[in-house]
Ligand binder design. Structure first.
Ligand code: C5P
Length: 215
């Protein structure tokens, strides 16, 4: 098996935070594959390419001038860590991620994150496509309402009311799109362990993953 822990799951499930902490605990590298799709969407927008134009977006993804440096995400040398986190760019990422040529263009780049020390990879198709021989595969999820609350806290929005309902609706719409698409649909693989973090703290979730890895 590959020295990879693949953590797949829906948006705002907390998988990014859990994956980063697990990587820290093991001294492994961390891959935020969603960030690559987000950067691709932002790059396409800035270059005036339509998110539905498969050939144009794939060409941009193939030569993506992106770097991950000290926790920051750089595009053309500019820190875009905050810019790629908007729900609009999230939706754009979901759109470009449905194009097979775009996924193909980003495949080797994702695999290159695996070095000697091992890798914790977070996304939608880490266990199915990018690292099918991962030593441990996890489907990390939480109830939609819990995920909307986590997202709201993250971006400083209220936990009830109309603005909250809009966050919840956006999360559900993106998950629905990710589940229904023909390529790399969001799904739990039969061999993946299910980790529902609805009632777990980050520490408890991290411990669960480490326990499974050490089993
Ligand atoms: O995880 P995150 O919300 O950053 O991902 C943004 C979008 O990128 C997702 O909605 C999904 O459509 C896409 N994605 C993907 N495959 C991955 C990671 C993200 O298709 N491995």
């Amino acid at each position: 098996p590959q020295k990879v822990i693949a953590i797949d799951g829906p948006s705002a499930s907390g998988k990014g935070t859990v994956a980063q902490r697990v990587a820290e605990a093991l001294g492994w590298a961390y891959l935020d594959s969603g960030a690559l799709y987000r950067i691709t969407a932002l790059h396409a927008r800035r270059r005036g390419a339509d998110w539905a134009d498969e050939a144009a977006v794939a060409a941009l993804a193939q030569a993506l001038p992106a770097e991950f440096a000290a926790g920051a995400v750089l595009l053309d040398g500019e820190d875009v860590s905050a810019a790629i986190r908007s729900e609009e760019i999230g939706m754009g990422a979901s759109q470009v991620a449905a194009l097979p040529a775009v996924r193909e263009a980003l495949l080797q780049r994702q695999r290159a994150f695996l070095g000697e020390q091992g890798l914790v990879a977070d996304g939608r198709d880490m266990g199915s496509v990018v690292f099918p021989d991962a030593v441990l595969k996890i489907f990390l999820t939480a109830g939609a309402k819990v995920r909307a609350e986590r997202r709201a806290r993250q971006i400083g929005e209220p936990l009830s009311g109309e603005r909250f309902e809009r966050i919840l609706a956006a999360i559900e719409a993106r998950d629905e799109a990710d589940r229904k698409r023909a390529v790399a649909p969001l799904q739990k693989l039969p061999e993946a362990r299910l980790l529902d973090t609805s009632a777990l703290t980050i520490e408890e979730s991290v411990k669960k993953v480490l326990d499974w890895y050490r089993e």
